[in-house]
Every structure is written in C-alpha cells, then in structure tokens.
Design a binder for this molecule. Sequence first.
Ligand SMILES: [Zn+2]
Ligand SMILES: [Zn+2]
Length: 388
Amino acid sequence: MDEKYEYKVRQVEKDLSKEFRFGEGRISGVASLALGILSLLAVLAYLYPSHLTTTELRQIYDAEQLQIVLKYGMYFSLFLGVLTFLLNKAKYKALGMCGIGLTLLAFTLGGYNVPVGPVEPKALSLGVDWLILAFMGSVFIFLILEKLFPQYRNQLIMRPEWDMDMFYFCFNHLAISAILLFANYHTSHFSWAVSPSVQATIQSVPVWVQFIVIVLCADFVLYWEHRLYHEVTSLWHIHAVHHSVEHMDWLAGSRAHFIQVFSERAMVMVPLYLLGPDEAALNAYVAFAALQAILIHSNLSIPFGPLKYIFVTPQFHHWHHSSEKPALDTNYSAHTILFDVMFKTMHMPGKHWPAEFGTTVRLPASVIGHLLYPLVANMKKLKKRTLR
Ligand SMILES: [Zn+2]
Ligand SMILES: [Zn+2]
C-alpha cells in the first residue's frame, strides 16, 4: 500500500498580514511586549519565590546571576519599545507602549534589585521561573534554527492557533510542581518493585551507560503508553488534543490535554525511580528529553545523517502527526526509533515529509473545547451504543 500512496509536498500559504518584516516596528513591538511580560513575571518571582518558583529548579540556577539577565531584558524592552515609536507605524505603537508600561511597572516593584535570600520550599507552587527559562531557551535555540533551516518555508511564527499553543506552553510550565507532585505520588506505589541489586548494578556502570539505559527504558514505557493512547478509543479522545495541531513548530508539541501531560510524566518517572541512577545521568536524561520533545515538533529540515536511524527526528515525529492514511497510528517512539522498528509500527518513506497534519475528525478549536472533548466524545460513543 505504501508504494502506491502518492506523497505530496506540503503547501503552506503565507499570510502576509501576519509576517514579521524588518523596519515596520512589528518585530520591535512584539519583542518589547514579550520582554515586558517576562520582566514583570521575573520580578514577581523574585518577590514571591516560595509561591512562584520551582523547588527542583532553584537548585540548578543562580538567582543572583539571573538578575543580570533580567537587567538586560528590562533595558532591551524599553529600547525596543522606543524603537517601535521611532519606526512610526501607528498600528504597532500600542505593542511598544504596553512593553514599556509593563517594564516600568517591573522597575517600580523593585526591578533587578530585589534582594535574593533563602526560600521556604512549598509543596505546590507556580513554575514562573521554569516558564521564563524554558521560553527564553526555546526562542533562542529553536526559533532561530527554524528561521535558518525551515522545512515549511512559508510557515510563519504566528501561524494559525499559535496563541492557543502558547497558552498550553504556559500552562504546562506553570503547572510543573503539580505535575511532579502527582508523578512522585504515582511512583511511590511502585516501591515494592525496587531492587537494591539492580540499582547497585546501574550505579556501578559509567554515567553514559546509565544514560543509555534510562533512555531505552523510558522509551519502552513511553512507546506503550503512547500506543495505548492511540489504540484505546476513550484514551484516544484525550490524546487527540495533541494531534489536533495542524502546523508543526517548536510550540506545537505543547498542545496536550492535561490528563496526558500528567500521566506521561507519571509513567516515565517509574523506570527512572526503579533504575535509581546517579543524579548526573538523570539530569542528562531530563535535559535530553526536554530538548528532543521540542526538536521533534519543530519546523526544521536539518539533515540528521545516520542519527536518523537511531533517534526520533522531526521528520519521524511529523509523520506521527500526519493525517495521511499510511502514517496513521505509526511512529510512537519518543527517543529512539528502536521500539517502532521492533514492533513494526514505523513509517519513514524515504525523503518524503507529510503534506497534511491533524486529526481525521476535527476537534473544537478552543482550549475549553479540548478540555471537554474526551467527555463529549465518550458520551457520544455511549449514546450511539445505547441507541443500537
Ligand atoms: Zn500520538
Ligand atoms: Zn507530538
């Protein structure tokens, strides 16, 4: 069937009204506003660290060093806001004005000089620090790469529904401590399966070997969890939210029903807990998994060479998101392609990339619609069954 399928090239029409062009004031306006929002959030996180920062993350970064970054961010927001005015396009002035306004408010609240002291850890907090760092990292790494090596050249940064996916991005990062709390609670039910001899063996091997073992074990769990989400209809209605995205980029992977976000982290935590590896291997895995999750959704045409026979790449995962028939229910793996090869669920038709993304049945185009979709779709299914 695969050989007969006629692969097409994806056509993306450029919406000129949403394009960023130099010299219009739009780029500086949006950048000023984004930096204004980030600055205000950062200052609030410095003022209320117990409630607005993540206990696990605080151990990694130096809050005083980051105040230097905040200082530049605030001055850049003001500079770009003023630039928007100088570029003299009336319709983008409001963006620059909001950017300047938010940054001035951040200055009034203490700016980059809020004293940093010991923080009383709270079980539940909002991950404002995680949101800011992940956003800055993603924009600097992936947005720049997407502009340099795009797979879909005409696709814009502000492609359709980017704002909805930005909401999901914010939610998933702000909820980090709730997600970790749930994942730890879930993992605690597996204490009976802990084997000190397995953990001792794992810890006796070099960190890079531990890393490979973690990746493979996590991949096995994620493969089967993902496959169940596709093959059990009531679970598919939850996972369909992730598949409803019709434009792939660094932000697209953020779209997911909160049940999927929580359950995925909880499930992947089990092998990590049972293996009991060194912290260095665990941290390397967390960083690798976070970067790969964004990478595989990105609008990137970087050739991965022989690496594409080992790791899940954008082309591999873009096919997973395709609504074209030969690609449905394929490419479940998250890290390596091993389990898709092993269980014969791989779809990688040479140099072809998908022409269409999304679900075969369209989902409602709103966050509330997504939230209720599993309930509504399952009720519909039940009704059909009782009418039969
Ligand atoms: Zn899927
Ligand atoms: Zn995906």
